[in-house]
Design a protein around this ligand. Structure first.
Ligand code: GAL
Length: 379
């Protein structure tokens, strides 16, 4: 089981703020001002750090109290994952399993099933969990648009429900609120991940305009289009560029369904058609960025020189590529904090303590500058 990243992020920020301030001093007056700034920044950072540490301690204490109040050793939790072969959801479910065990659930009382990317299969699995009498369900829906049907089934059986990773729409979330149901969603706001992808490009010295023609020519490789993460990342990555005043040109937009092999062949086709005109390859996730990297290298191009490449998730392999420059950047999709929050929410429901109907989490922008911290937190 891994530790959540919040404290680490703050201390990494402290190091980079201090390093940034220290290096700006040359003339004595400037250096005094810089020193004062550094002290102020350090104080603010320290305060933020203490707050974060206190919040983390409070959460741990609350979890421990929750776990003590109620004996979890005979409680059963059913977990539905949309598809086991998805790289990111594999990390998520591994962490969820070990964290649930650390809270006191017995391994034999945690059942995690594979929806095989088929909603009918998953609906059957949910029905089976209801019949077998689980105490709580954690569901990563195959189709978020089926959430209302799923909620009705689970709600009528009187079982609390924690949705993860694929956010149901606002109307559905409003129903939980209006009816005061024990239903919540744990996840991050995908708009933020898209924005971070665009910012990684906008913050490059040439702002993504490798050929200097005054615009960034990009291709977009999308995840499953039913998924809000794919929709928002596609929209907000480009929006971050235009918001920064950068002109853009879309050369291609294809659906790779979060999958490495599909992305590899899509990017190979696109390169065959557009060649060196492509300056940026945006992939909605890292699995697809790994496929894009294979296609780019097979076409004899060098990432960082001929083309830029960004993904989302911070898979270990993608981070290693960011470190050696063969992927421009990624965005950490914090499966550790999301899986812990989902398990904590499940425990709160079992305990009768309730939960807010939306439990959020922040993404983290990942470039060469901070990739070592992220790799360290992935363990
Ligand atoms: C996204 C993640 C993708 C994929 C998808 C599945 O949040 O970035 O890699 O796992 O969820 O819904």
């Amino acid at each position: 089981m891994k530790k959540a990243l919040s404290v680490l992020t703050v201390s990494a920020m402290a190091v980079s703020m201090l390093a940034g301030c220290g290096s700006s001093s040359s003339a004595p007056a400037a250096s005094t001002a810089a020193a004062q700034e550094t002290t102020a920044a350090a104080a603010t950072t320290e305060a933020a750090k203490e707050e974060t540490t206190a919040a983390a301690a409070a959460t741990t204490a609350a979890n421990a109290a929750a776990a003590q109040d109620v004996d979890l050793s005979d409680k059963k939790v059913g977990v539905c994952i949309y598809q086991f072969s998805d790289n990111f959801m594999t990390l998520f479910r591994g962490e969820l399993q070990s964290y649930l065990e650390s809270l006191g659930f017995k391994p034999e009382n945690i059942e995690i099933v594979d929806g095989a990317n088929d909603q009918a299969t998953q609906t059957n699995q949910i029905q089976n969990f209801i019949t077998s009498g689980v105490d709580v369900l954690i569901i990563n829906p195959v189709n978020s648009s089926s959430a209302a049907t799923i909620t009705d089934m689970v709600q009528q059986a009187g079982i609390p429900l924690v949705y993860i990773n694929r956010e149901p729409d606002k109307d559905e979330e409003k129903r939980w609120e209006d009816n005061n149901w024990d239903v919540t969603y744990v996840g991050c706001d995908a708009r933020q991940s898209g924005t971070f992808q665009g910012e990684i490009i906008a913050e490059l010295p040439d702002k993504g305009d490798i050929n200097g023609d005054g615009k960034v020519s990009y291709i977009m490789i999308e995840g499953d289009p039913e998924n809000i993460d794919a929709q928002y990342r596609t929209e907000y990555s480009v929006k971050a560029l235009t918001d920064a005043g950068i002109k853009v040109e879309e050369l291609d937009d294809q659906v790779g369904n979060w999958d490495q092999a599909q992305a590899q062949s899509l990017v190979a086709n696109s390169l065959a058609q557009h060649g060196k005109d492509i300056e940026v390859v945006f992939c909605n996730n890292d699995a697809m960025a790994l496929g894009a990297k294979q296609a780019i290298e097979a076409a004899g191009e060098t990432i960082g020189k001929d083309v830029y490449l960004v993904g989302v998730d911070a898979l270990q392999e993608a981070c290693e590529n960011v470190k050696d420059g063969s992927q421009t950047g990624t965005v950490f999709n914090d499966h550790i904090s999301q899986s812990h929050s989902a398990a904590d929410a499940a425990v709160n429901y079992i305990k009768g303590a309730g939960n807010p109907h939306y439990i959020g989490c922040d993404y983290v922008k990942v470039t060469k500058d901070n990739v070592d911290d992220i790799l360290a937190s992935l363990g």
